[in-house]
Design a protein around this ligand. Structure first.
Ligand SMILES: Cc1cc2nc3c(=O)[nH]c(=O)nc-3n(C[C@H](O)[C@H](O)[C@H](O)COP(=O)(O)O)c2cc1C
Length: 231
């Protein structure tokens, strides 16, 4: 409202200022709407400093559910050392039912959701211990589920395999067995670098970090795996 002391030309100036402000507000509003639509609809795009950057989505599963798991520690280091353009998403395989073929008729929902989660990522990282020269049954169960019911396939899935064990050769045997049966199913496994961590009492720290060598290897591994899933 015009105040009693305001002259008519002052009132006109004020109204013009107000209309400019309204136009500015409208343009800010439409920019926000466009921005939120873009972010909501284009899942794989991150906006960094005004530049559009494609994010590599990497799902990972753990072969151990132990409270003090060294493989969980390794996974944390890998997540920490991953490049900024990689997004790591943990996928739990420890709640999955044990597969049997009668389930094919009415595939249990946790299994279907698990498969959807895996395929919602650009690649899958397996971080697993070695049990009796092989990989734990929980990993095999998860991978079997990926291939069922009939018609489901892991064809084209990009996978990285890594792990830690106190054994002298890290998880070499466990990894070798995964590398043996997965490629014939059409899985694309990253060949190098190899990351089989021989874990000693000094490898992982209580704050979630690792020694310098393991940290450096984890960084190189994650850069390579990110490039692998980006191809
Ligand atoms: C049943 C069983 C078998 C194991 N076999 C091996 C083995 O063959 N090679 C090896 O390096 N470590 C072996 N270990 C030791 C594990 O690597 C060690 O317990 C490790 O901490 C497991 O990883 P996690 O801490 O992430 O659970 C075995 C452990 C268990 C429980």
């Amino acid at each position: 409202m015009t105040s009693r002391t305001e002259r008519p030309e002052q009132a006109v100036d004020r109204i013009q200022t107000l209309s400019v402000s309204t136009a500015t507000l409208r343009s800010i509003y439409f920019s926000c709407v466009a921005y939120s639509l873009l972010v909501r609809n284009v899942d794989h795009i991150g906006i960094l400093g005004g530049m559009l950057t494609t994010m590599a989505k990497i799902g990972y599963i753990l072969g151990s559910a132990a409270d003090d798991s060294i493989n969980q520690k390794l996974a944390l280091v890998l997540e920490e050392q991953a490049p900024d353009r990689a997004e790591l998403n943990y996928i739990d395989i420890h709640q999955l039912p044990i597969y049997n073929r009668n389930m094919d008729q009415d595939f249990p929902r946790p299994m279907t959701e698990f498969k959807d989660l895996v395929w919602s990522n650009d690649g899958l990282l397996v971080v697993t211990p070695e049990h009796n020269q092989s990989f734990p049954a929980v990993v095999k169960n998860a991978l079997d589920i990926m291939t069922r019911p009939w018609g489901s396939s892991v064809e084209g899935l990009k996978m990285g395999i890594t792990g830690a064990s106190p054994g002298r050769f890290g998880t070499i045997n466990s990894q070798a067995q995964l590398r043996q049966f997965l490629p014939p199913l059409g899985v694309k496994i990253m060949g190098s670098p190899l990351l089989a961590v021989h874990a000693t009492k000094d490898t992982f720290n209580t704050d979630g970090t690792a020694d310098a060598t393991t940290t450096q290897r984890a960084k190189a591994y994650m850069e390579a795996f990110t490039q692998f899933v980006e191809q």
